[in-house]
Design a protein around this ligand. Structure first.
Ligand SMILES: [Zn+2]
Ligand SMILES: [Zn+2]
Length: 291
């Protein structure tokens, strides 16, 4: 894996060596002062003419915010500080030796992370995105996934972003493929190329809802095919929700068979660990297909 140097914002702030030499001159300081004032004015104008609203509570979000989620709601829906399995991203007890989720599974991805838990109010927003025609939420979800990726893997560099694809039939029914749209926005936020053609779902699979861990693995076995000649060192695989990681793992397996070196998985929300998130309910509603 190559070394990831800095977030996009940091790169903009970096000075080239020739700029460092003249940084102390009054002319440069004056220019910087004017530029800073112009940026402040531009932000104030953006707040008035291009207002952004929190997708959870509807309050105005400052234009410099990373995504359309206010600080209060972010505190409520983001994964709390804690211990998470390096392999599957599941929350773990502080001194647990083994992850309760993946100790009996052979997961093909190298690591996984999530922005938040699949609990209210994030769950309701994801249902709006997938089933209630609110595709505009993909932009914010993509930025939240990108933020989780930056925080989880500071030193990782990805050659491409790939979404976990729906089968053609399901995509035609729904009218869009949520994994690919999320991947597109995540890639944009990270400044990495999106490769939607790299991974295909070779066969339709039944919903994973209500299946045991073993049944989930069996259900998605061989469901994906990756285009040959990928030849990529590290790929970021994006989906909306993850429970045991069986689907991400099978998609990662197909990518690796096609020559990808490492696959990291990132999702908006992590389900199946409700005991760890207050005020939540298990995702047992058949309407909430995990695909
Ligand atoms: Zn809010
Ligand atoms: Zn694990």
């Amino acid at each position: 894996m190559r070394v990831y140097t800095a977030a996009v914002d940091d790169i903009e702030e970096e000075m080239r060596p020739c700029e460092v030499a003249v940084a102390a001159s009054p002319a440069v300081r004056k220019r910087r002062g004017l530029a800073s004032a112009a940026r402040t004015a531009a932000r104030a104008l953006a707040d008035v003419f291009l207002p952004r609203f929190c997708i959870v509570c509807g309050r105005l979000v400052p234009c410099e915010s990373e995504a359309d989620v206010c600080d209060e709601c972010r505190m409520q829906i983001a994964l709390p500080e804690g211990h998470y399995c390096a392999k599957c991203g599941a929350p773990m007890a502080r001194y647990a030796a083994k992850c309760p989720n993946c100790r009996n599974m052979s997961l093909a991805m190298d690591a996984a992370t999530a922005f938040g838990f699949y609990t209210e109010p994030l769950r309701e927003r994801l249902i709006d995105f997938k089933f209630n025609g609110k595709q505009y939420l993909a932009r914010t979800f993509g930025m939240l996934v990108a933020g989780a990726v930056r925080r989880s893997w500071l030193d990782a560099a990805f050659d491409a972003v790939v979404g976990v694809p729906l089968h053609r039939g399901r995509r035609n029914n729904r009218g869009f493929d949520q994994g690919q749209i999320l991947a597109q926005y995540t890639a944009g936020a990270l400044g990495i190329v999106h490769r939607p053609g790299l991974l295909k779902r070779a066969r339709a699979t039944r919903s994973q809802v209500g299946l045991s861990k073993t049944a989930r693995m069996r259900n998605v076995k061989g469901a994906f095919k990756a285009a040959p000649g990928g030849n990529l060192e590290t790929v970021l695989l994006v989906d909306d929700i993850m429970t045991t990681g069986a689907t991400l793992s099978e998609a990662a397996r197909a990518l690796k068979r096609a020559g990808v070196g490492s696959v990291y998985g990132a999702v908006v929300a992590r389900a199946g660990f409700e005991y760890n998130a207050p005020g939540s309910s298990p995702p047992d509603d058949e309407e909430e297909s995990f695909e």
